[in-house]
Structures are given as C-alpha cells and as structure tokens.
Ligand binder design. Structure first.
Ligand SMILES: Nc1nc2c([nH]c(=O)n2[C@H]2C[C@H](O)[C@@H](COP(=O)(O)OP(=O)(O)OP(=O)(O)O)O2)c(=O)[nH]1
Length: 131
C-alpha cells in the first residue's frame, strides 16, 4: 500500500498582493515543479507548528499562520499526499532561498503560468479565483 504523507504548505502574500512560489530543484523529488514552501508534518506534530518550523529551516524567517486555506489529497505514483495549504504572514525577517532552484513573487493572475506540482493545483485555482 502507498504511504500517505501529510504536507503543509505556506501561502505567503506580500504588500503588493503577490504570492511566494518556490521551484523544486532538479535533485528533489517532483523535480523542476513549482510549489508553496513547506514540508512534511512529523508524527504527532501540530500542522501550524510544523509549517512554522519548515519555513524557519528552509527560508530563515518567522511566520504567523493565519487560516487553513485548502486541503487536498492527491495520489502520486510513489505516494499519496495530503497537502494542507495555510495562509501565513512573515513576522520577522524576509524569506531567503536555501533549498529551491528559485523563489519568486507572483500576482494571482499569473500563478497559472507556472508548472505546479499536481497536488497544488486546487490551491492555485482557489487563489486565482479569489480575484
Ligand atoms: N513543501 C511542499 N511540498 C509539496 C508541495 N506539493 C507537493 O506535491 N509537495 C510534495 C513534495 C515532496 O514530495 C513532499 C514534501 O516533502 P518535503 O518538503 O519534506 O520534501 P522532500 O523533497 O525532502 O521530500 P522527499 O523527497 O524526501 O520525500 O510533498 C508543496 O506545495 N509544498
């Protein structure tokens, strides 16, 4: 049976109403696809605490989680993902890229121009439809 991974992802918006998008590197799983920064929730860990931890590790800044935005279950070839997208704001520092090939800020209307990890499509659609 395929494993299910619980993954939290941050929807971070800046003062120009742009959303932070991250490009997975060629060495990562799901290479060269765009995602929202975040990562796997550890056993017994609170989802909001997990997201704050991942963002601090990955982007060296502190966030405050705001609301659960979208939750989606998607079956990949190798595993099943339960992707939980959470709206957040940066409260200390600025996001610094340490693991991804690229970080960019994009307006909602341009989000569909990226090639997203398939599990992210519902969250992206929901963001585009917020316009
Ligand atoms: N962080 C993040 N991961 C996502 C998103 N969409 C999506 O399918 N994923 C997948 C990619 C990874 O397989 C997994 C997240 O695990 P992780 O951030 O701990 O990444 P990882 O590359 O170290 O995982 P792994 O290859 O070791 O399994 O979820 C997303 O929007 N954000």
């Amino acid at each position: 049976m395929k494993k299910t991974a619980k993954v939290v992802a941050a929807i971070i918006e800046n003062e120009n109403e742009e959303i932070l998008c991250a490009l997975r590197s060629p060495e990562m799983s799901l290479p060269n696809l765009w995602e929202f920064p975040g990562g796997k929730v550890e056993e017994g860990e609170d989802i909001y605490a997990a997201l704050a931890r991942e963002i601090e590790e990955e982007m060296h800044c502190k966030i405050e989680t705001e609301e659960l935005f979208n939750e989606n279950v998607h079956e990949y070839e190798a595993f099943i993902i339960n992707l939980i997208a959470i709206k957040c704001k940066v409260v200390e520092g600025t996001p610094v890229n340490s693991e991804h090939s690229k970080l960019i800020w994009l307006k909602r209307e341009n989000l569909n121009s990226l090639k997203w990890a398939p599990a992210d499509i519902p969250a992206v659609e929901q963001l585009v439809n917020e316009l």
